[in-house]
Design a protein around this ligand. Structure first.
Ligand code: SAH
Ligand code: CA
Length: 210
């Protein structure tokens, strides 16, 4: 078993295909203008999302938590010709920035923004999803899972980000870490999915609907 040092993580990143130029610009814009820039998926996780999406070539993707559109642009890379990604967020200001970057991408016609509370928008989406990415407020992860599970096709994927919450799930003490630990327990006990908790970055729960 190897110890993953930051040097080794850097090595893995250098030996991974680079991100498209627009995403590099978006990431730099985020670091310069936002104090909560760590919310953005970033290079390595972004390449993972892109690779996973390209492997399954989804026709319908739902993203819960757009922020500046970084992960949306990564996930959209794998969409079919007639594919569409819906991305939901409650913050009008970051949504404007996300739209301005997506507008410059060749994928712009495949990405649909919805502004508002995700828990209110999800029931209005009359679609069957091949891939769902949960990445909004952590206290609602279980609610998002319950809201989407019947809209995912058998064999479809549900991914949830930050499920290790910087390690705080080991001794949960605040609302976010308690909710995420409860979410992980709930998924583990839910017979509708098979799950694999990936230790990529801040933890990614990968579920396949049975
Ligand atoms: N997926 C993005 C990061 C998302 S950050 C990426 O990887 O690049 C989390 C986002 O969830 C924030 O933009 C926040 O505004 C949004 N959010 C929080 N609560 C929400 C809610 N109830 N409904 C929709 N979006 C919400
Ligand atoms: Ca995240």
């Amino acid at each position: 078993m190897i110890e993953i040092s930051s040097d080794l993580i850097n090595y893995a990143e250098r030996k991974t295909s680079p991100e498209p130029k627009l995403l590099q610009e978006l990431k730099e814009y985020c670091y310069q203008n936002y104090s909560n820039s760590s919310m953005l998926s970033g290079f390595y996780q972004g390449r993972f999302l892109s690779t996973l999406s390209r492997l399954i070539a989804p026709r319908r993707i739902l993203e819960i938590g757009t922020y500046l559109g970084y992960s949306a642009l990564c996930l959209a890379e794998g969409l079919t010709e007639d594919g569409k990604l819906y991305t939901l967020d409650i913050n009008a200001e970051t949504n404007r920035v996300a739209k301005s970057f997506v507008e410059r991408s060749a994928l712009k016609n495949k990405i649909e923004f919805r502004l508002g509370n995700a828990l209110e928008i999800i029931p209005e989406l009359a679609e069957t999803f091949d891939l769902v990415f949960i990445d909004a407020d952590k206290v609602n992860y279980s609610n998002y899972f319950d809201a989407v599970i019947d809209k995912v096709r058998p064999g479809g994927l549900i991914l949830a980000d930050n499920v290790l919450w910087s390690g705080k799930v080991l001794s949960p003490s605040d609302d976010d870490s308690i909710s995420l630990d409860n979410f992980n327990k709930k998924i583990q006990a839910d017979g509708r999915v098979s799950n694999l908790l990936l230790t990529i970055r801040d933890g990614l729960m990968l579920c396949i609907k049975n």
